[in-house]
Structure formats: C-alpha cells, structure tokens
Ligand binder design. Structure first.
Ligand code: ZN
Length: 299
C-alpha cells in the first residue's frame, strides 16, 4: 500500500491552527525587544559573553549550512552545542526548540564534505538521537534531509527505525530546501510530507513569500531572512528611518514579517485549489519509492 496524499484533505480546512512564522535575524540583540517570534543562529549567539533576556519566543538554528559550507564538517562539538542550548535556555529564555547539528544535502555541501546523501542523512538522524540522549532543556527537532522525494522518505524511515515517530513530533524540519524553495519540486515534496500527505507538522527553513504562497498550506511553521536581502537591494530607507540602509533595521524586518505571516495565514486558510493537484501526483512519487515507512506512516 502506498500513501494517498489526498487522504487527509478536507476542502477549506487545514490541520495547523497554531501556525507560527519566525522572523530570521542576524541580530541576536533583537531578542531583547522584538514583538514577534525570532529565528536566530547559534553562530550569532555562541561568541556573546552577555546574552539578552528574550522578550519574545524564538527558535535556534544550528547554523549547519554555513558550518559545512565553510569547513566541510562540524567543528562545533556536540558537547559544546548542548552546553550552549542549556545556556540559551537559562540566560535568554523562551527558546521553543532547537535544530540538530544536521547535514544538508545540497550538491554544493556534498562536494564540501565528500560524503553521500545517505551519509548526511545518517549523521543527521544520529545527531538528533545523540542530542536527545543528553536530555537538553529545550526540544531538539528531527530534520528530514535529502534531495529527491525518495531521499526524504528514506530519511523518515531512518527516524522510524531509530524509534522516532515523526507523526507524533510537534515539529519536523524539512532541510535542504531553502535555496530551491519556490519551485514545483519543493511544493510537491512539502505536500507529500505535510498534512495532505504523510501528516507531519512541518517547519520550512528559509521560506520566501513566494514559497509561503505556494505551499504554506502544508507548513506548521516557517522562518525567513529574506527581508535582509530585500533591504540590501533597496536604494532608499523606509520613510521615518534615519539610517542610509535598512539592512539592519527592525522596522523593515517587522514590515516583512507582517507580509510573510499574512501570506502563510492566507495559504493556511485557503481552500484546496484544483491547481494543487494538477501537478504530478506526489502519491505516485511516494509509491514509487516502495518505502516501508510510507506504508507505516500512512497507518
Ligand atoms: Zn530602516
């Protein structure tokens, strides 16, 4: 039996009622005053001697893409990462979840590490298991890594074999998508994994406005730093801003947040459009994998 991605679809109803958009920021100081959830990288916090006390909920990115892209391996040890998670929990507070020390599967990153997609998947699952064994004070979320839909399903199978029931997880990250997110391929993938497919509560890493509109329906949460690139391209600051550029500007980022959160909300509450299923049927791709986990996850 394969997974019928349409089995849980009810027109006009979406399972994720508590959708959260996390505003990505390079500025950890924003934690002290932001009025919306933030997504901050470990790379931005680790070196800080004094940490801000959070005025808002936030989630921690492990900074894996930059780490692997620049070093070809994780230089941050697991012990050090665990120590930091505990420190952020106690000193900053309001940390909802942390990404594992995951291994992205973009060809560029595979070229840097010299490893295979399967190697990266195994190492990602191992990181989740190992970090959880230490019982950190904040949940470490499982992240699915891969390149094709079959890869992602195989990664789901690895988690299941390891004893992690992804459908019972409050949040499951979808990795290696943020640099190709506004594509039909990723829309198909996210649809196959989300509430209309396997039924996972997905976090989309680095989801643009276009991505939110395309497949926001299948997400439980998302983050984006896209405002930063937009601010750098914009010649003039916002009305009322005194700096030359809004590339470090909370007002600019906050305005982006409103648009991004609104796009996600609209996608979440939109009825299922016929166009969603005019694309190649993800269930066919899922069945084609012959994946045992797909059958089990289908219940
Ligand atoms: Zn500004």
């Amino acid at each position: 039996m394969g997974v019928d991605v349409r089995r849980s679809t009810v027109a006009g109803v979406r399972p994720h009622a508590d959708l959260t958009f996390y505003l990505g920021s390079h500025h950890s100081a924003w934690l002290a005053f932001a009025d919306v959830p933030l997504f901050i990288s470990h790379r931005r916090l680790a070196a800080r001697r004094n940490l801000p006390r959070a005025a808002t909920a936030w989630a921690l990115d492990s900074g894996g893409f930059t780490e692997l892209d620049t070093c070809g391996r994780w230089r941050v040890t697991e012990t050090s990462y665990l120590h930091s998670i505990a420190r952020y929990h106690h000193e900053i507070g309001r940390l909802r979840w942390c990404a594992p020390q995951d291994w992205m599967c973009e060809p560029r990153i595979l070229a840097r590490t010299g490893l295979t997609v399967r190697d990266h998947q195994r190492r990602t699952v191992d990181s989740v298991l190992s970090l959880r064994t230490a019982h950190p004070p904040v949940p470490v979320i499982p992240v699915l890594q891969g390149w094709t839909i079959a890869d992602y399903l195989r990664c789901a199978e690895l988690y299941e074999t390891a004893g992690i029931d992804l459908r019972a997880e409050p949040i499951v990250g979808v990795g290696s998508v943020c640099r190709r997110q506004a594509t039909r391929e990723i829309e198909t993938l996210v649809t196959a994994l989300g509430p209309d497919g396997l039924g996972l509560r997905l976090h989309g890493f680095g989801v643009s406005l276009a991505g939110s509109r395309r497949y926001g329906r299948s997400l439980a949460s998302a983050d984006s730093l896209a405002w930063s690139y937009a601010a750098r391209r914009q010649r003039n600051p916002l009305n009322g801003c005194r700096h030359r550029s809004c590339q470090n500007c909370y007002r600019f980022a906050r305005a982006f947040y409103d648009r991004a959160a609104s796009a996600l909300r609209q996608a979440a509450t939109a009825s299922v459009q016929p166009a969603l299923f005019s694309m190649p049927d993800p269930s066919v791709a899922v069945r084609a994998t012959g994946s045992a986990v797909a059958d089990r996850l289908a219940g």
